[in-house]
Design a protein around this ligand. Sequence first.
Ligand code: HAM
Length: 433
Amino acid sequence: MSISIPQLPKGTRDFYPEAQRIQNYIFDTWRSTAESFAYEEYEGPMFEHLELYTGKSGEEIVSQLYNFKDKGDREIALRPEMTPTLARLVIQKARELKKPFKWFSMPRLFRYEKAQKGRLREFFQLNMDIIGTESIYAEADLMAAIATMLRKFGLKDSEFAIGVSSRKLLATYLEEIGAPNPALVYPVLDRRLKIGPEAFAKALTEAGLSETQIKQLDDFMSCKSLEEVRNAVKSENAAAALKEIEDLFETLAAAGYGDCVNLDLSIVRGLAYYTGIVFEVFDKGKSMRAIAGGGRYDSLTEKLGGERIPGVGFGMGDVVLADLLAEHKLLPSPKQSVDFYIASFTNDMKKVFETAQMFRAGGNVVSHPLAPMKMGKQLDQANYQGATIVVYVDGSKAGAGEFEYKDMRTGEMFVGNADAIVERLKTEVKKAE
Ligand code: HAM
Protein backbone atom coordinates (compact mmCIF):
# COMPACT_ATOMS: atom_id res chain seq x y z
CA MET A 1 0.00 0.00 0.00
CA SER A 2 1.45 3.38 -0.94
CA ILE A 3 1.16 6.31 1.43
CA SER A 4 0.35 9.64 -0.21
CA ILE A 5 2.55 12.62 0.62
CA PRO A 6 0.77 15.19 2.84
CA GLN A 7 -0.48 18.20 0.88
CA LEU A 8 -0.65 21.90 1.76
CA PRO A 9 -4.31 22.88 2.32
CA LYS A 10 -5.75 25.08 -0.45
CA GLY A 11 -5.34 28.82 0.11
CA THR A 12 -2.64 28.47 2.80
CA ARG A 13 1.09 29.11 2.63
CA ASP A 14 4.23 27.57 4.01
CA PHE A 15 6.82 30.05 5.14
CA TYR A 16 10.23 28.54 4.49
CA PRO A 17 12.93 30.77 6.04
CA GLU A 18 13.34 32.85 2.85
CA ALA A 19 9.62 33.63 2.78
CA GLN A 20 9.49 34.16 6.54
CA ARG A 21 12.29 36.74 6.33
CA ILE A 22 10.22 38.77 3.86
CA GLN A 23 7.13 38.30 6.02
CA ASN A 24 9.11 39.56 9.04
CA TYR A 25 10.18 42.62 7.07
CA ILE A 26 6.50 43.40 6.43
CA PHE A 27 5.61 42.79 10.09
CA ASP A 28 8.55 44.92 11.31
CA THR A 29 7.56 47.83 9.08
CA TRP A 30 3.90 47.53 10.14
CA ARG A 31 4.83 47.42 13.81
CA SER A 32 7.41 50.20 13.77
CA THR A 33 5.08 52.57 11.89
CA ALA A 34 2.12 51.83 14.16
CA GLU A 35 4.32 52.39 17.21
CA SER A 36 5.71 55.63 15.79
CA PHE A 37 2.11 56.90 15.69
CA ALA A 38 1.72 55.78 19.35
CA TYR A 39 -0.64 52.84 18.71
CA GLU A 40 -0.38 50.04 21.29
CA GLU A 41 -0.33 46.38 20.31
CA TYR A 42 -3.06 43.93 21.44
CA GLU A 43 -4.07 40.36 20.57
CA GLY A 44 -7.07 38.08 20.99
CA PRO A 45 -7.90 34.42 20.42
CA MET A 46 -7.77 32.91 16.93
CA PHE A 47 -11.30 31.54 17.36
CA GLU A 48 -14.43 33.09 18.82
CA HIS A 49 -18.06 32.13 19.41
CA LEU A 50 -19.77 31.99 16.01
CA GLU A 51 -22.41 34.50 17.06
CA LEU A 52 -19.80 37.26 17.32
CA TYR A 53 -19.88 37.37 13.52
CA THR A 54 -23.35 36.31 12.41
CA GLY A 55 -25.59 39.25 11.76
CA LYS A 56 -22.93 41.89 12.51
CA SER A 57 -20.12 41.55 10.02
CA GLY A 58 -22.09 41.31 6.77
CA GLU A 59 -23.33 38.46 4.59
CA GLU A 60 -20.21 37.91 2.53
CA ILE A 61 -17.84 37.40 5.43
CA VAL A 62 -20.32 35.17 7.27
CA SER A 63 -20.65 32.97 4.18
CA GLN A 64 -16.85 32.56 4.26
CA LEU A 65 -16.56 31.47 7.89
CA TYR A 66 -14.59 28.44 8.99
CA ASN A 67 -16.94 27.28 11.72
CA PHE A 68 -17.40 24.07 13.64
CA LYS A 69 -18.86 22.62 16.81
CA ASP A 70 -16.26 21.96 19.50
CA LYS A 71 -16.29 18.93 21.81
CA GLY A 72 -18.47 20.85 24.27
CA ASP A 73 -21.07 21.40 21.52
CA ARG A 74 -20.27 25.11 21.20
CA GLU A 75 -20.53 26.86 17.83
CA ILE A 76 -17.06 28.22 17.12
CA ALA A 77 -15.56 30.18 14.18
CA LEU A 78 -11.96 30.88 13.24
CA ARG A 79 -11.65 34.66 13.13
CA PRO A 80 -12.21 36.10 9.61
CA GLU A 81 -11.45 39.65 10.76
CA MET A 82 -10.28 41.39 13.93
CA THR A 83 -12.87 44.14 14.39
CA PRO A 84 -15.51 42.06 16.28
CA THR A 85 -12.80 40.75 18.65
CA LEU A 86 -11.63 44.32 19.22
CA ALA A 87 -15.22 45.39 19.92
CA ARG A 88 -15.53 42.54 22.44
CA LEU A 89 -12.31 43.62 24.19
CA VAL A 90 -13.60 47.19 24.34
CA ILE A 91 -17.01 46.20 25.72
CA GLN A 92 -15.41 44.03 28.42
CA LYS A 93 -13.36 46.92 29.78
CA ALA A 94 -15.52 49.82 28.64
CA ARG A 95 -15.20 51.57 32.02
CA GLU A 96 -11.48 51.11 32.64
CA LEU A 97 -10.13 51.98 29.21
CA LYS A 98 -9.21 55.62 28.99
CA LYS A 99 -10.65 56.94 25.76
CA PRO A 100 -9.76 57.76 23.12
CA PHE A 101 -7.09 55.12 22.58
CA LYS A 102 -5.18 53.83 19.59
CA TRP A 103 -4.47 50.12 19.22
CA PHE A 104 -2.97 47.87 16.57
CA SER A 105 -2.75 44.15 15.99
CA MET A 106 -1.36 41.81 13.32
CA PRO A 107 -3.77 38.86 13.40
CA ARG A 108 -3.70 35.65 11.36
CA LEU A 109 -7.16 35.44 9.76
CA PHE A 110 -9.21 32.75 8.03
CA ARG A 111 -11.78 33.12 5.26
CA TYR A 112 -13.16 30.33 3.13
CA GLU A 113 -12.58 32.21 -0.14
CA LYS A 114 -11.99 30.96 -3.64
CA ALA A 115 -8.19 31.08 -3.50
CA GLN A 116 -6.84 33.38 -6.22
CA LYS A 117 -4.31 36.18 -6.71
CA GLY A 118 -4.50 38.45 -3.68
CA ARG A 119 -7.01 36.23 -1.90
CA LEU A 120 -6.12 33.32 0.34
CA ARG A 121 -7.91 31.28 2.99
CA GLU A 122 -5.33 32.10 5.64
CA PHE A 123 -3.64 35.49 5.67
CA PHE A 124 -2.39 38.25 7.97
CA GLN A 125 -3.74 41.74 8.40
CA LEU A 126 -2.43 44.80 10.14
CA ASN A 127 -5.31 46.37 12.04
CA MET A 128 -5.09 49.90 13.39
CA ASP A 129 -8.09 51.32 15.22
CA ILE A 130 -9.00 54.37 17.26
CA ILE A 131 -11.69 53.87 19.86
CA GLY A 132 -13.68 56.48 21.74
CA THR A 133 -13.83 59.53 19.51
CA GLU A 134 -16.12 60.70 16.72
CA SER A 135 -13.61 63.28 15.57
CA ILE A 136 -12.60 63.22 11.91
CA TYR A 137 -8.99 63.73 13.03
CA ALA A 138 -8.98 60.06 14.02
CA GLU A 139 -9.50 59.23 10.33
CA ALA A 140 -6.73 61.72 9.50
CA ASP A 141 -4.36 59.98 11.94
CA LEU A 142 -5.08 56.54 10.43
CA MET A 143 -4.61 57.75 6.87
CA ALA A 144 -1.39 59.56 7.74
CA ALA A 145 -0.14 56.27 9.24
CA ILE A 146 -1.09 54.35 6.07
CA ALA A 147 0.72 56.83 3.83
CA THR A 148 3.78 56.88 6.10
CA MET A 149 3.88 53.10 6.10
CA LEU A 150 3.59 52.74 2.33
CA ARG A 151 6.32 55.35 1.87
CA LYS A 152 8.49 53.41 4.34
CA PHE A 153 8.03 50.34 2.15
CA GLY A 154 9.43 52.46 -0.68
CA LEU A 155 6.25 53.29 -2.60
CA LYS A 156 5.92 56.76 -4.08
CA ASP A 157 2.82 58.88 -3.53
CA SER A 158 2.09 58.47 -7.24
CA GLU A 159 1.95 54.69 -6.85
CA PHE A 160 -0.91 54.36 -4.33
CA ALA A 161 -4.10 56.16 -3.41
CA ILE A 162 -6.36 56.22 -0.39
CA GLY A 163 -9.86 56.52 -1.83
CA VAL A 164 -12.32 58.10 0.59
CA SER A 165 -16.10 57.99 0.69
CA SER A 166 -18.76 58.42 3.36
CA ARG A 167 -21.62 56.12 4.28
CA LYS A 168 -23.22 59.14 5.96
CA LEU A 169 -23.10 61.06 2.70
CA LEU A 170 -24.43 58.10 0.77
CA ALA A 171 -27.20 57.52 3.30
CA THR A 172 -28.39 61.12 3.12
CA TYR A 173 -28.29 61.00 -0.67
CA LEU A 174 -30.34 57.78 -0.68
CA GLU A 175 -32.81 59.54 1.57
CA GLU A 176 -32.89 62.61 -0.69
CA ILE A 177 -33.78 60.60 -3.77
CA GLY A 178 -36.30 58.56 -1.77
CA ALA A 179 -34.54 55.20 -2.20
CA PRO A 180 -36.10 52.49 -0.04
CA ASN A 181 -34.18 50.04 2.15
CA PRO A 182 -30.54 51.25 2.24
CA ALA A 183 -29.47 47.98 3.92
CA LEU A 184 -30.36 46.13 0.71
CA VAL A 185 -28.84 48.83 -1.50
CA TYR A 186 -25.34 49.03 0.07
CA PRO A 187 -24.17 45.53 -0.90
CA VAL A 188 -25.22 46.27 -4.50
CA LEU A 189 -23.42 49.63 -4.50
CA ASP A 190 -20.32 47.88 -3.16
CA ARG A 191 -20.31 45.59 -6.22
CA ARG A 192 -21.08 48.37 -8.73
CA LEU A 193 -17.75 48.43 -10.56
CA LYS A 194 -17.28 44.66 -10.36
CA ILE A 195 -20.61 43.61 -11.86
CA GLY A 196 -21.00 46.18 -14.66
CA PRO A 197 -23.88 48.61 -15.42
CA GLU A 198 -26.51 46.08 -16.50
CA ALA A 199 -26.25 43.75 -13.53
CA PHE A 200 -26.00 46.84 -11.28
CA ALA A 201 -29.28 48.25 -12.61
CA LYS A 202 -30.96 44.85 -12.36
CA ALA A 203 -29.90 44.33 -8.75
CA LEU A 204 -31.06 47.83 -7.78
CA THR A 205 -34.41 47.28 -9.50
CA GLU A 206 -34.76 44.13 -7.40
CA ALA A 207 -33.94 46.19 -4.29
CA GLY A 208 -36.95 48.41 -5.20
CA LEU A 209 -35.33 51.40 -6.94
CA SER A 210 -36.85 53.13 -9.97
CA GLU A 211 -34.98 53.78 -13.21
CA THR A 212 -34.60 57.47 -12.32
CA GLN A 213 -33.23 56.64 -8.87
CA ILE A 214 -30.73 54.20 -10.39
CA LYS A 215 -29.52 56.87 -12.83
CA GLN A 216 -29.25 59.42 -10.00
CA LEU A 217 -27.24 57.01 -7.87
CA ASP A 218 -24.93 56.06 -10.72
CA ASP A 219 -24.24 59.74 -11.46
CA PHE A 220 -23.68 60.47 -7.78
CA MET A 221 -21.18 57.66 -7.35
CA SER A 222 -19.25 58.90 -10.37
CA CYS A 223 -18.70 62.38 -8.85
CA LYS A 224 -14.99 63.09 -8.89
CA SER A 225 -14.74 66.29 -6.83
CA LEU A 226 -16.24 67.75 -3.68
CA GLU A 227 -17.55 70.54 -5.89
CA GLU A 228 -19.58 68.12 -8.00
CA VAL A 229 -20.99 66.45 -4.89
CA ARG A 230 -21.91 69.80 -3.42
CA ASN A 231 -24.01 70.51 -6.49
CA ALA A 232 -25.70 67.11 -6.32
CA VAL A 233 -26.82 67.12 -2.67
CA LYS A 234 -29.18 69.49 -0.89
CA SER A 235 -29.80 68.43 2.71
CA GLU A 236 -28.04 69.81 5.78
CA ASN A 237 -26.91 66.33 6.77
CA ALA A 238 -25.19 65.90 3.44
CA ALA A 239 -23.50 69.27 3.83
CA ALA A 240 -22.21 68.20 7.25
CA ALA A 241 -20.86 64.93 5.84
CA LEU A 242 -19.16 66.86 3.04
CA LYS A 243 -17.62 69.32 5.48
CA GLU A 244 -16.11 66.37 7.33
CA ILE A 245 -14.43 65.07 4.18
CA GLU A 246 -13.20 68.56 3.40
CA ASP A 247 -11.64 68.92 6.87
CA LEU A 248 -10.03 65.52 6.50
CA PHE A 249 -8.44 66.37 3.15
CA GLU A 250 -7.23 69.78 4.30
CA THR A 251 -5.64 68.31 7.43
CA LEU A 252 -3.88 65.59 5.48
CA ALA A 253 -2.66 68.13 2.93
CA ALA A 254 -1.23 70.28 5.74
CA ALA A 255 0.69 67.25 7.05
CA GLY A 256 2.15 66.56 3.61
CA TYR A 257 -0.18 63.73 2.54
CA GLY A 258 -2.35 65.71 0.11
CA ASP A 259 -1.31 63.61 -2.89
CA CYS A 260 -2.11 60.32 -1.13
CA VAL A 261 -5.87 60.78 -0.75
CA ASN A 262 -8.75 61.37 -3.11
CA LEU A 263 -12.53 61.34 -3.13
CA ASP A 264 -13.89 58.05 -4.45
CA LEU A 265 -17.62 57.69 -3.99
CA SER A 266 -17.57 54.29 -5.66
CA ILE A 267 -16.19 52.90 -2.38
CA VAL A 268 -18.98 51.52 -0.18
CA ARG A 269 -17.31 48.54 1.63
CA GLY A 270 -18.95 45.18 2.06
CA LEU A 271 -18.97 45.03 5.85
CA ALA A 272 -22.23 45.85 7.55
CA TYR A 273 -21.01 47.85 10.55
CA TYR A 274 -19.65 51.01 8.89
CA THR A 275 -21.49 54.22 9.73
CA GLY A 276 -19.35 57.13 8.49
CA ILE A 277 -16.17 57.58 6.48
CA VAL A 278 -15.17 54.47 4.53
CA PHE A 279 -11.90 54.12 2.65
CA GLU A 280 -9.82 51.75 0.61
CA VAL A 281 -6.20 51.82 -0.45
CA PHE A 282 -5.29 50.82 -3.98
CA ASP A 283 -2.24 50.71 -6.16
CA LYS A 284 -2.59 53.62 -8.60
CA GLY A 285 -3.45 51.48 -11.60
CA LYS A 286 -6.17 49.72 -9.51
CA SER A 287 -4.87 46.59 -11.20
CA MET A 288 -4.87 44.74 -7.90
CA ARG A 289 -7.39 44.21 -5.17
CA ALA A 290 -7.45 46.70 -2.30
CA ILE A 291 -4.28 46.74 -0.19
CA ALA A 292 -6.31 47.97 2.77
CA GLY A 293 -9.83 48.90 3.70
CA GLY A 294 -11.52 50.44 6.67
CA GLY A 295 -13.93 52.96 8.04
CA ARG A 296 -15.90 54.30 10.94
CA TYR A 297 -18.14 52.01 12.98
CA ASP A 298 -19.83 54.05 15.69
CA SER A 299 -22.48 51.51 16.71
CA LEU A 300 -20.71 48.13 16.60
CA THR A 301 -20.25 47.84 20.38
CA GLU A 302 -23.92 48.67 20.80
CA LYS A 303 -24.94 46.04 18.23
CA LEU A 304 -22.92 43.52 20.24
CA GLY A 305 -24.82 44.39 23.42
CA GLY A 306 -22.47 46.94 24.97
CA GLU A 307 -22.77 50.69 25.32
CA ARG A 308 -22.25 52.88 22.26
CA ILE A 309 -18.54 53.58 21.80
CA PRO A 310 -17.42 55.06 18.49
CA GLY A 311 -14.55 53.50 16.57
CA VAL A 312 -12.67 53.83 13.31
CA GLY A 313 -9.91 51.73 11.79
CA PHE A 314 -8.62 49.70 8.90
CA GLY A 315 -7.17 46.34 7.94
CA MET A 316 -4.20 45.97 5.59
CA GLY A 317 -3.62 42.49 4.18
CA ASP A 318 -0.16 41.01 3.74
CA VAL A 319 -0.95 39.21 0.46
CA VAL A 320 -1.82 42.13 -1.83
CA LEU A 321 0.83 44.29 -0.17
CA ALA A 322 3.59 41.72 -0.81
CA ASP A 323 2.42 41.30 -4.44
CA LEU A 324 2.56 45.06 -4.92
CA LEU A 325 6.00 45.43 -3.30
CA ALA A 326 7.31 42.53 -5.40
CA GLU A 327 5.98 44.20 -8.56
CA HIS A 328 7.89 47.37 -7.65
CA LYS A 329 10.99 45.36 -6.66
CA LEU A 330 10.77 46.69 -3.12
CA LEU A 331 11.08 43.45 -1.17
CA PRO A 332 14.39 42.85 0.63
CA SER A 333 16.73 40.06 -0.37
CA PRO A 334 15.47 36.81 1.14
CA LYS A 335 19.03 35.68 1.93
CA GLN A 336 20.09 34.84 5.46
CA SER A 337 22.67 37.13 7.01
CA VAL A 338 25.10 36.21 9.75
CA ASP A 339 27.64 38.56 11.36
CA PHE A 340 30.32 36.06 12.39
CA TYR A 341 31.06 32.46 11.46
CA ILE A 342 33.47 30.85 13.93
CA ALA A 343 35.77 28.36 12.23
CA SER A 344 38.48 26.01 13.46
CA PHE A 345 41.43 24.40 11.61
CA THR A 346 41.75 21.69 14.28
CA ASN A 347 38.02 21.11 14.87
CA ASP A 348 38.41 22.38 18.43
CA MET A 349 34.65 22.45 19.08
CA LYS A 350 34.99 23.62 22.70
CA LYS A 351 36.94 26.67 21.61
CA VAL A 352 34.44 27.24 18.79
CA PHE A 353 31.48 27.25 21.21
CA GLU A 354 33.35 29.43 23.73
CA THR A 355 34.29 32.02 21.07
CA ALA A 356 30.81 32.00 19.52
CA GLN A 357 29.34 32.76 22.92
CA MET A 358 31.76 35.67 23.38
CA PHE A 359 30.79 37.32 20.06
CA ARG A 360 27.09 36.62 20.60
CA ALA A 361 27.20 38.50 23.91
CA GLY A 362 27.73 41.71 21.94
CA GLY A 363 24.34 41.23 20.26
CA ASN A 364 25.75 39.78 17.03
CA VAL A 365 24.39 36.92 14.93
CA VAL A 366 26.93 34.12 15.22
CA SER A 367 27.12 30.72 13.51
CA HIS A 368 29.65 27.86 13.44
CA PRO A 369 30.03 24.26 12.30
CA LEU A 370 27.95 21.68 14.13
CA ALA A 371 30.32 18.79 13.47
CA PRO A 372 34.06 18.50 12.80
CA MET A 373 34.76 19.23 9.13
CA LYS A 374 37.46 20.44 6.75
CA MET A 375 38.13 24.19 6.55
CA GLY A 376 36.90 24.26 2.92
CA LYS A 377 33.52 22.97 4.06
CA GLN A 378 33.36 25.46 6.93
CA LEU A 379 33.97 28.33 4.51
CA ASP A 380 31.29 26.99 2.16
CA GLN A 381 28.88 27.00 5.05
CA ALA A 382 29.92 30.54 6.09
CA ASN A 383 29.34 31.68 2.54
CA TYR A 384 25.99 29.97 2.20
CA GLN A 385 24.76 31.46 5.46
CA GLY A 386 25.80 34.95 4.35
CA ALA A 387 28.48 35.44 7.04
CA THR A 388 30.24 38.82 6.92
CA ILE A 389 33.35 37.78 8.86
CA VAL A 390 34.88 34.37 9.50
CA VAL A 391 36.81 34.18 12.80
CA TYR A 392 39.41 31.40 13.11
CA VAL A 393 39.80 30.21 16.71
CA ASP A 394 43.19 28.58 16.12
CA GLY A 395 44.99 30.52 13.36
CA SER A 396 48.78 30.16 13.68
CA LYS A 397 49.44 33.91 13.12
CA ALA A 398 47.28 35.04 16.07
CA GLY A 399 48.93 35.98 19.38
CA ALA A 400 47.34 35.80 22.84
CA GLY A 401 43.82 37.32 22.85
CA GLU A 402 43.90 37.60 19.06
CA PHE A 403 42.24 35.85 16.13
CA GLU A 404 42.91 35.52 12.47
CA TYR A 405 39.78 36.65 10.61
CA LYS A 406 38.55 37.02 7.07
CA ASP A 407 36.25 39.70 5.72
CA MET A 408 34.04 37.72 3.34
CA ARG A 409 32.96 40.91 1.54
CA THR A 410 36.48 41.59 0.24
CA GLY A 411 38.29 38.32 0.84
CA GLU A 412 40.97 40.10 2.97
CA MET A 413 42.64 38.36 5.92
CA PHE A 414 43.49 40.17 9.19
CA VAL A 415 44.82 39.46 12.68
CA GLY A 416 43.40 41.29 15.70
CA ASN A 417 41.51 41.16 18.98
CA ALA A 418 37.73 40.88 19.39
CA ASP A 419 37.25 44.67 19.49
CA ALA A 420 39.05 45.09 16.17
CA ILE A 421 36.90 42.34 14.65
CA VAL A 422 33.66 43.96 15.82
CA GLU A 423 34.94 47.28 14.48
CA ARG A 424 35.60 45.68 11.09
CA LEU A 425 32.02 44.37 11.03
CA LYS A 426 30.73 47.92 11.46
CA THR A 427 33.02 49.26 8.70
CA GLU A 428 31.24 49.60 5.40
CA VAL A 429 33.30 48.03 2.65
CA LYS A 430 32.52 47.38 -0.99
CA LYS A 431 31.60 43.80 -1.72
CA ALA A 432 34.12 42.05 -3.96
CA GLU A 433 32.54 41.10 -7.32
P1 HAM B 1 -11.66 43.90 4.70
O1 HAM B 1 -11.92 44.85 3.59
O2 HAM B 1 -12.50 42.67 4.76
O3 HAM B 1 -11.79 44.72 6.06
O4 HAM B 1 -10.14 43.48 4.64
C1 HAM B 1 -9.12 44.44 4.63
C2 HAM B 1 -7.97 43.97 3.76
O5 HAM B 1 -7.55 42.66 4.14
C3 HAM B 1 -8.30 43.84 2.27
O6 HAM B 1 -8.19 45.08 1.63
C4 HAM B 1 -7.25 42.84 1.80
O7 HAM B 1 -5.99 43.48 1.59
C5 HAM B 1 -7.10 41.94 3.00
N1 HAM B 1 -7.87 40.70 2.81
C6 HAM B 1 -9.18 40.49 3.04
N2 HAM B 1 -9.52 39.23 2.73
C7 HAM B 1 -8.40 38.61 2.30
C8 HAM B 1 -8.08 37.29 1.84
N3 HAM B 1 -8.99 36.32 1.77
N4 HAM B 1 -6.80 37.03 1.48
C9 HAM B 1 -5.86 37.99 1.55
N5 HAM B 1 -6.09 39.24 1.98
C10 HAM B 1 -7.34 39.55 2.34
C11 HAM B 1 -11.75 44.17 7.30
O8 HAM B 1 -11.36 43.04 7.52
C12 HAM B 1 -12.12 45.13 8.41
N6 HAM B 1 -12.30 44.35 9.65
C13 HAM B 1 -11.04 46.18 8.54
C14 HAM B 1 -11.30 47.17 9.63
C15 HAM B 1 -10.57 47.32 10.78
N7 HAM B 1 -12.28 48.05 9.66
C16 HAM B 1 -12.19 48.75 10.79
N8 HAM B 1 -11.15 48.32 11.48
